[in-house]
Design a binder for this molecule. Sequence first.
Ligand SMILES: [Zn+2]
Length: 245
Amino acid sequence: MTRSIASPNARIPGAAKRWRACLFMAAICMWAPQRAFAWGKSGHEIVAAIAKQSLSAPELAQAQALLDAANLPDLITVSTWADDYRATHAETFQWHFVDIPLSAPAFDQQRDCRVGATLPKELTCVVGKIEEFKSKLANKALPDAVRGQALAYLVHFVGDAHQPLHASNNNDRGGNDVPVSFYGQTQYVYNNKQYNLNLHYLWDTGIIARRYGEPIHPEQIAQALLGNISAETKKDGVPARRRTG
Ligand SMILES: [Zn+2]
């Protein structure tokens, strides 16, 4: 389905910035999908619900028009689309994380992620993809369908980037190789198969399920979390206590 919009979407880039602001604090508490599988639906939907509640009605309508043009669902439902797409498009696997060495003080683009069409795809990372899809979303010369798909990637990757195990490398496959015990639980079942509980799964899914139960109600949880995010943080994404000057 396609839908044209009367005045294309000049405010969306600013909206995307605000989403990052809101997501920053929320991302400290919960999270996203993992490398080997496609869990983390709850975390992504909560992130998207926070973004949705941070948009004005006109902004949300513009965002939805772009998603419609790309034949994609609403902002919350589409937040896991990139993981579903990855399942059949292995070339996008690397887009969902960045391997910053655990001992490194900060992200270094040359070391951790190099961006460019002429580079091998395995040198891309979530940081570069966020920049790429932000640019596409802001580019009104592109077809709405392309911008809608960029928005779908953006709402997903901002969530991924804030999951610490998607943004660090301790040579343990993002915590997938780290067995954990959580309230006495050491295993879980997925598709009738039993797996050892691991740190990545716990962060993505187990903690959220423990805190909120299942199924979750993303909009309610988002509303509660938004109450804990200061106006200042919403404005530029940096909590006051983290500012260095
Ligand atoms: Zn992902």
